[in-house]
Design a binder for this molecule. Sequence first.
Ligand SMILES: *[C@@H]1O[C@H](CO)[C@@H](O)[C@H](O)[C@H]1NC(C)=O
Ligand SMILES: *[C@@H]1O[C@H](CO)[C@@H](O)[C@H](O)[C@H]1NC(C)=O
Length: 825
Amino acid sequence: MVAPTFVLQAGCFLGLLTCNTPPGVWPEERPTVIFPGPPNPTQTQTQTQTSTGVTTGTSTTLTPDPTVPTVTTTATTATTATTETPTITVTTTDTTLTTLPSPSDSSSGTSSTSTDSSTPGTSTGTSTGTSTTSTTSTPGTSTTSTTSSTSMSVTTTTTSLPVATGTLTANILVIARDSTQANVASSGLNGYGIPWTTLLVPQAGIELPTLNTSSGGNFGGIVVAGEVSYDYGSDDWRSALTDDQWNQLYAYQLAYGVRMVQYDVYPGEKFGATALSGGCCADGVEQLISFSDVSDFPTSGLRTGAGVTTQGLWHYPASISNTATTKEIARFAAGGGVSQASTAAVINNFNGRQQMVFFIGFDTVWSDTSNYLQHAWITWITRGLHAGYRRVNLNTQIDDMFLQTNIYQPAGEIFRITTADMAGISAWLPTIRAKLNAGSTYYVEIGHNGNGNVEAGQEVVGDDTCSGGAIYYDIAPDTPAEFQKPLGTGESRWPTTPASFQWTNVCLNADPLLVWFQTHLNDYAYLSHTFTHLAQNNATYADITKEISFNQAWLQQVGFTAANRYTSNGIIPPAITGIHNGDALRAWWDNGITNCVGDNTRPALLNSQNAMWPYFTTEAASGFSGMQVNPRWSTRIYYNCYSPACTTQEWIDTSAGTGTFDNLLATERTETIRHLFSLSHDGYMFHQANLRNADMPSITVNGQTAQYSIFQAWVETVVQEFVRLVTWPIVTTTHQQMSDAFLQRYRRDQCGYSLSYVLSNNAITGVTLSANGNTCNAAIPITFPAAPANTHGFPTEQLGSDPVTVWAQLSGSPVTFSLASPIAL
Ligand SMILES: *[C@@H]1O[C@H](CO)[C@@H](O)[C@H](O)[C@H]1NC(C)=O
Ligand SMILES: *[C@@H]1O[C@H](CO)[C@@H](O)[C@H](O)[C@H]1NC(C)=O
């Protein structure tokens, strides 16, 4: 599945290195000239694209069913300009779902829509091994470049001491074989919002980008995936970067104090380590990996000794061969043919050249482990000083409150949550909060349907006292999920009266559940799930206006709008309908609704450019443009279940689940931990029936037994795993705050911001933030390992043991922050 079992043959370097000197180890403290010869004049034409910025983003989404994953991978397209970014070579190829490159998978070079073959040998490409053609995926700038592998860029690079003064752009250079691998290497950077540039290296090789100019270094860190190695035949697996090019990278590192990260590599002298086995693990064999020393990246907040799975990630147990240059940061547990614990990752310091190395493959698309481990290298390579920030949100939304639910099992049962159940949830909140790390906030957000309150009230006091009763109508047949209604069509379902909200408190307060919420108002967050839960895909403007405005009137009358946490501008659409119904969206908008949550199982509702961005509806797909749809994860806690047996059975029946409720929770744990460590800020969907606890048997989660609802069991499972792995806070936000954060993230990414380090006396003494035109209509976060000397009055954010984030506003000029204490290079 991952990590080809290759061994990179350590070659000899040209010129001043002797053949028994491993790559990356300098024979003397400071190399002066790496390549004494002139540039190779035989190099063929190379077109360089003058990229003006940051290549950001990819969006990858899995369905909640892990056994039949539908992977949607979307090519990177966002290229935005910055003022300070130097000329660089950016060559990207089309997205492919394959992870193993083949010698013949270069694209035809005639179109930016060509695709790579996923099977070696089946490509129709014209590669002969001496040249390859790649196309860019940047819209409107498609560039075809041809390079020859036999005439790689060879430049004379001289270096002496690290630069004493100058600037270093903090942009991370990501070097990978193809866009799939590049996405794995950069998805974490994207999660933080750290700018990066991708260099894709085809088998035939490619020119390096300009690493520095007279004004400074262009990259603040270099990440190389799998040494960009290929199979050149006859057991010859080696890097498509030439030794010359590796040396240029090393010299650049030394000149600017830039760190390199490598993963998916075989232990060897160039990493100060020796392999202890041929690699691990066969199917079904488990060998946990854990951090053993995080002292070189303290702001990562990673806990040592917390083992996580390596299943599906090929890796090489190692031992350190040179303790003078190399220290262990992570280890594998005994196993995989090795009887004791072994080294999994190291930091090298080869006479000042600093390198972090993982002897394990990464795949952030599906692996919770990769998403977790990546925070070590991201924090280390940036020295904890970077644009962007790290925040984990745990937003659990409970839909359908006040409604009744037809239960899946026992079939035919109708269930509505009781005040005793809600009391059980409120009583549990302090106990779950006590398990969170310092700086955390957790609460539960509830999506309400006011008509259910009227129905319950009329059961008690009768229709007359309830203004004739609740709203009833004939339910329309379901449409396909992405049905787009022609504007102006559809039939209204609501009765013609009442024309406006008219129920009295005598009616509403007859429902004990309402009174309970009113007396526990600030235990929860509140938003609308529409008044009756009418399906909106084929609905009329008139009906949806009532669905929105009646519920707003109800929320106001019962006092929920006065709660500390109330969302006024967003809704949870009923069953996530209406998003392609321009009449419905216009009704929302006319009533002050600018955003909603979507459904991550539906690609049509996701931003295909960047998973960190919300989706905005378009005239073409929805008949209404600009409604903000924020992503939300579904879970295996199904809407129509309150018992472990029910949700487990529904998982088995509908989603190829197997095993017990414990297996279901373990699957949810894996998937949710992956989302949280990818820094996905998407919320999680639950429903009122999932809260039943008061009369339910106990559930045991990680050895702790309590009368948990299946919702609580899910939260306990996720939280206990999260705090085992990191010291980070978990922060719940209201729907309105979540939506605004998605919008701000989208806006600041349009600004093409970048950070550069101010260098002085072999140390970073400050950072300068700039952007296109040095103006941005959203604040840009900058994370500091310690508070800067002066924050210029910008808001700062620091929770628990987290590093401090300054939210800087650019309004016409770059902004420079001096560090309180310099960071030595
Ligand atoms: C890059 O850095 C090296 C070493 O400091 C220097 O000799 C060289 O002139 C720089 N390149 C440019 C284009 O300024
Ligand atoms: C939408 O509603 C119209 C009018 O009631 C109906 O004719 C049509 O079949 C409905 N479309 C779908 C997909 O349900």
